[in-house]
Write a protein that binds this ligand. Sequence first.
Ligand SMILES: *Cc1c(COP(=O)(O)O)cnc(C)c1O
Length: 392
Amino acid sequence: MGTYGRYPLALVRGKGVWVIDSDGRRYLDAVAGIAVCTLGHSDPVLRRALCRQLGKLQHVSNLYRIPEQEALAQAICQRSGADAVFFCNSGAEANEAAIKLARKHGHTVRSIDRPLILTAQASFHGRTLAAVTATGQPKYHQGFEPMVEGFRYFPYNDTAAFEALLAECEAEGPRVAAVLLEPIQGEGGVIPGDPAFFRRVRELCDHHQILLIFDEVQIGVGRSGQWWGHQRLGVEPDAFTMAKGLGGGIPIGALAVKSAVDHFRPGDHASTFGGNPFVCRAALTVIAEIERRRLLPHVQAMERLLVDQLLELAGRHPGRIEEVRGWGLLQGVVLSEAGPSAAEVVKAAMAEGLLLVPAGPRVVRLVPPLVIRPRHLRKLIKRLEKALISVC
Ligand SMILES: *Cc1c(COP(=O)(O)O)cnc(C)c1O
C-alpha cells in the first residue's frame, strides 16, 4: 500500500557502510535502515551466526523455554539496571508492552481506575494505535481519531511545564501511572535530553510511585557511545524499550524492566514471534560484536570526529547550518530557516552518493552503522558539502 513516499531507488546489495542500487551505483549509507544496521550491511560475523542458527532452529513458541532468549535477556540485564525482559518484534510493539505495563502499575500500585501516561511534545513512539497516541505530534494523529484515551503531553526538557501538568493531573488524588520519554528525541528533530530536567522527573516519579519509562528504540544498543542513552543522562528508568539497533537488521524489540515493576503475570501479554531463537541469535551476536570490536569507545571517537567536521563544514558555509546536535552516531544538522529544507538536502545528497534521512523539516539526521571509520566520515562530509552547494 502507499504508506511511504518512496525515493526512486532500489537497493539490492550492501557491504559495511556501503549500499549498491539496481544500476550498480554505490552510496555511503548514513541512514542504516534508520539506525538499524548496527554492524553495517552483510556483516560476515552476523551472517555466519545466523546461517548456523538457521541450521539449528528458527522458531518455537514461547510456550517453551528458549535458551537463546534467556541468554539475550541476561545479556541485556547485565549491561543495564534491568532484571527481566519481554521480547517482541518492533519499537511500537515494545512501547505497547510498556504502555500496558504502565497501566497495570497504575491499577495495582497506585489504585487508579483510569490511569494517565504523560509523554512529551515532538516525541515519537511508533505507529500502532497506543504508541501513536503516545507520540506527541498531532500530524500523526490526524485522520485516525478517536485516539487511545489516557495520554497527556508536555514540552520536552521543560521542568516547569512538567511540574505544572503533573500537579494538575494529581490535584484530586493519584491519576498518573507513568511518564514515557525518549532520552534523546530522534524523529522529532534530534533533541538531546537535558540531564537536570530528567533528574527532576526521576525525583517526582519516585515521590509519587510513578513509573519512569524510557523509549530507547533509536538511541539504545550503543548508538550514543554508551549501551543506553539514559547512561548519558545519568538517570535510570524503571523500564525501557529498545528495537532498531538490537538485531542489526533482524526485526526484534524488547521491554526491559526492574524487578520492582515486573508486573506481568502469565497470560497478561504475549507475542507469537517475540524472541524466537533466530532473532535472539542476531541480537546476541550484535551485543557480542559491539564488545569484541570495542564499538562503544569507537562510537565516542567517531562522534568527536564527526561533530568537529560538521562544525568546520558549518563554518565554511555561514548562514546555512544553524546547529549540530546529538549523541554519538545520532547527529542532527539543523539547517537555517532561510535555506533549503532537509528534504531538499537529502535528495541532493542522494545524487552525490550519500544516503541521509530528515528528522523534521529543518534537520538532516545522520545515523550511520556504528562500524563507520574516519575515512568514511571524510567522504560523508565531502558529499554533504557538495549537496549543500548544489541546493543553495
Ligand atoms: C522508530 C522508533 C519507534 C518505532 O519503532 P518501529 O520499529 O518502527 O515500530 C519508537 N520509538 C522511537 C524513539 C523510534 O525512533
